[in-house]
Design a protein. Sequence first.
Lengths: 253, 406
Amino acid sequence: MKPIIKLEDIHKTYQTGEVEVRAVRGVSLEIHQGEFVALMGASGSGKSTMMNILGCLDRPTRGKYFLDDIDVSQLNRDELADIRNQKIGFVFQGFNLLSRTSALENVELPMLYTRQRLNGESLRERAMQALETVGLGDRAGHSPNQLSGGQQQRVAIARALANRPALLLADEPTGNLDTRTSVEIMGVFQKLNEQGITIVMVTHELDVAQYTKRMIVMRDGRVVSDTPVARRLNAEDELRKVQQEQQAAQLAG
Amino acid sequence: MRYWAIIKIAFRALRRNKMRTILTMLGIIIGVGAVIAMVALGRAAKTQIQQRIAALGQNVVVVFSGSINRNGVFTGFGGAGTLTVEDALAIQNEVPNIAAVSPEVRTSAQIMAGENNWSTSITGESVDYLPIIRQWDLADGDTFTEADVRAAAKVCVLGKTTADKLFPDGGAVGQIIRIKNVPVKVLGVLTPKGVSMIGQDQDDTVIVPYTTGMKRFAGVTMLRTINVSVTSSDRVADVIDGMTQLLRQRHRIQAGRDDDFIIRNPQEYFATQNAATDTMTALLAGVATISLIVGGIGIMNIMLVSVTERTREIGIRMAVGARGRDILLQFLIEAVTLSSIGGILGILSGIGGAKMLTLIKQWPTQVSANSIILAFLFSAAVGIFFGFYPARKASRLDPIDALRYE
């Protein structure tokens, strides 16, 4: 299988005043189509910087980054914007939905910035499709403040899927969610991954990482371990367990 | 990105902060409204002056018999009696670019018509005076002819006021009136012309052939004035020069001596009045424009606040693939929408304000389509000008920082 992501000796150095911060110090790796990768590390390990580079929000100081066979390490702002629009779907910890804007319109957002013109109808249709994929077809008209955290994150996932990207990039997607909702969201990711969508997820929680297929751990700007997940959790099973636990707790209470 | 989508976003953003939007628009509304109302006021004043100029007649130049010095004693204007009918004919025949000439004599008399009587001025003029020099139409009947002039016929044309006083029930045409006991036939009645610039009722008059005026009523052989109509306004100076030369020659005035006549160009009086009105209009419009600019600064201020408030939104849009240009356009269109709606409301309030001025203060106003179009374009330009800086600021945000912004 061809690699979706190919990193060659990526470095990123920030200049903060007098101090030079070397956030990423030589990362090389390949991520193939259909993978589900957890990018882990403590804060300050460089995983957020890696996330920004992988998401084409930032450029590496040194090294080469091929995304879907395109060298994106030297592109300018506008070209990076187009790459983000076409190749990457973002899911953030804080959902980052537009407030007072319906779920459907939030999902339409990436399509508004697409260079090829879509007519209003097919745009709506695709947004609806994406919402149905995450199980929110019946909430299209709701605005984010009318939705629960889990539902908001589902809208965000639908938005990430809207332009059919090569890569889904999730930054602590369960950070603001309770256990049960977290498991639900991981279930959505697992299902999408089964459909062949490549997912890279940044997280610092090991139990969330257990739902992925491959775990990359970073420390001090370097990759220190890159292993397949041995005892992979299945979100459906876990959800059943959580429900049973909750029922037991209710009975006991 | 599609424009309708951007415009939709702009309207949504403006609706979200209704109070703020209205207050920001108010600056533009007041500015545009003031410009429209002030220009309307200025234009009306100018139109009034132009109407008065038009009432004078077409490019009229007036020759007065002038002051002469008899052994150190100066006579006043019109007192010398230096102009003759022959002078008038000479001007008509020898000076180029002249449309019409009318020798004028004037006297006043008590006029009687049956039971009614009325005191007014009797003016003797040529055939060309009414149709060419004054461009004064008849409401009823006819004017006198060349034959009447040659024969010093006992005929007249009445001004509207005089006709109303002598014939309250109408039907003046064809009647006989008595001027200084001379029976005179009324040939026609003039259309009303209103009050002149010096406050005279121009319709309170009787016009007779100048020959009739000289022989039968005024009893003079010299003329008081000669009215001259020039073919076009840019020939007026040439005609004045030509007449001066001709009259000096005819009156045998030696070089170095003063003229015994005065040539006046009445348009000159209005030129200064016109200039004063222009200055006034420019001043008022200037003040109004300043308030429009202040309104623009208000827009800039609110757009800067809006950009800061919506930093996160900008980050999200950039993350999903909005280019800097898309963001720039979004905020620019928002600013232009703000200022254009303000402009439209301002135009309406300006028209309303002008109407109010007319209604309450009785000041004439005249709203022109030009000033409306100009005001609208200007308010849109204010939006672009003052919206550009905040919009550019938004478009240059770093997506990572913008996403992290709390």
